[in-house]
Each structure stands twice: as C-alpha cells, then as structure tokens.
Write a protein that binds this ligand. Structure first.
Ligand code: G3H
Length: 212
C-alpha cells in the first residue's frame, strides 16, 4: 500500500478577488484551513490505520500560500530518530506561471490581452502565457517529482496549487492529460489516493472537505 494526500493551499487573498498567480498570503478562512489540515495530518497522515505514529513526508511549493498552509503541521516531531514529517519545499510544485498575466483577473486578461484569452480557450493545454508557462511546461517540470513521489513507501502529503494538482491528480488516477486542465479542484479539500492491489482500478480515492 502506498498513500498520497494532495491538497491546494488554503484560500489566498488572490482567490478572493479572482487574481492569477502572485505570492499572496492566506485569508482568515485560509488560515483556519491550515489549522484544520494540521489536525487532519496528525490524526491521519502521521498515524497508520491502527493509530500508531508513522513516518511521513510533507511537500510544499516555494510560494507562501502553501508554506503557510503547512505551518501548523508538526513536522519537527522525531519518530525513531527520524524527522517524522520530513519536509521539502519544491519550486517545481509552484503554480503555473502566467508571465505577463500574473496578478490579473480573467476579466482583465480579456480586456488587456483579448487575443491571448481566445488562444487559451482554443488550446488550454498547449497555450503558453507571454513570458510564462503552458500546461505542457507544467507537466515537464512535474515529471521528475511524480517519479520521486511514487518511490516512497511512507505516505506523502503534497500542498500545492490548482493547476499543479490537476496534473498530479490526473496522473495518479489515470485521467487523460487533455482533460486535466479543465478539472475543478476545490479549495479546503484533501484528496487521499491509496494504491490498492485489491481494487480493480488499482487505487482508491477518498476526499475530505475540511472547511471552512
Ligand atoms: O491561478 C491559476 C489557476 O489555478 C489555474 O487555473 O489554468 O484554469 O486558468 P486555469
């Protein structure tokens, strides 16, 4: 059995106003999610089904909204002489980079860069923001991480961003990558994926909405 927990960061100041990218802090609701996520991690990720403390890994992006979402998770606890929640910050887990459109809302992109908005509608996976990234670029930078993720026996909790989660989730549960950029990944929800030889899909998926 191999278990991966993936979640977006708690609600950010930009989520509230619909702006893309940037490096905003969390809102009060986002901070509350961080506290609830810590409790969830302590009770689920850091313990096995029998309630015994176990080693786990915690990955965040390099942006403050994922690091702040992880801040209450007790990663320095030592278990068997080993840091219980071995933590890594990966730039490769950062949100898709919108280049010249960073910090804009979709309405502002339509207004200021109308042709860019229609190009993206035609080919969301292949479209590259001016001086930014495309979903194909994102897939390429996530590729080494996916292999690393699958190589660990201990559970891994990944705190990242919507576009990144679309790609990771689709890879883990076998959704065609053409469909991935259009998946809706809700805030304040942990998706648990367990590789399960006894299940005919090869995995089991559970979702935990923690609110608020
Ligand atoms: O802020 C970026 C979004 O998570 C990516 O969403 O690819 O649907 O524009 P989008």
């Amino acid at each position: 059995k191999h278990t991966i927990y993936i979640t977006r960061h708690g609600q950010s100041e930009y989520n509230l106003v619909g702006k893309l990218g940037g490096n905003p802090p969390l809102t009060e609701a986002g901070k509350e999610y961080a506290r609830r996520l810590a409790k969830f991690a302590e009770e689920n990720v850091c313990k096995d089904d029998a309630g015994n403390v176990r080693r786990a890994r915690l990955w965040t992006s390099s942006l403050q909204r994922t690091i702040l979402t992880a801040e209450h998770i007790p990663h320095p606890i030592v278990c068997d002489g080993w840091q219980q929640m071995a933590t890594r910050v990966y730039r490769n887990l950062d949100e898709i980079f919108a280049g010249e459109c960073e910090g804009l809302t979709y309405a502002e992109i339509e207004k200021l860069h109308g042709s860019e908005a229609s190009l993206r509608k035609m080919d969301k996976i292949g479209y590259r923001y001016p001086r930014g990234e495309s979903y194909f670029d994102l897939i390429a930078r996530l590729d080494p991480l996916v292999h690393e993720l699958e190589s660990y026996e201990e559970p891994v909790m990944v705190i990242s961003h919507q576009a990144v989660m679309r790609i990771l989730y689709s890879y883990l549960v076998g959704i065609d990558r053409e469909r991935a950029p259009k998946l809706e990944i809700p805030l304040h929800t942990v998706v648990k994926i367990t590789y399960d030889a006894y299940n005919e899909c090869g995995f089991t998926e559970e979702r935990f909405y923690l609110g608020p």
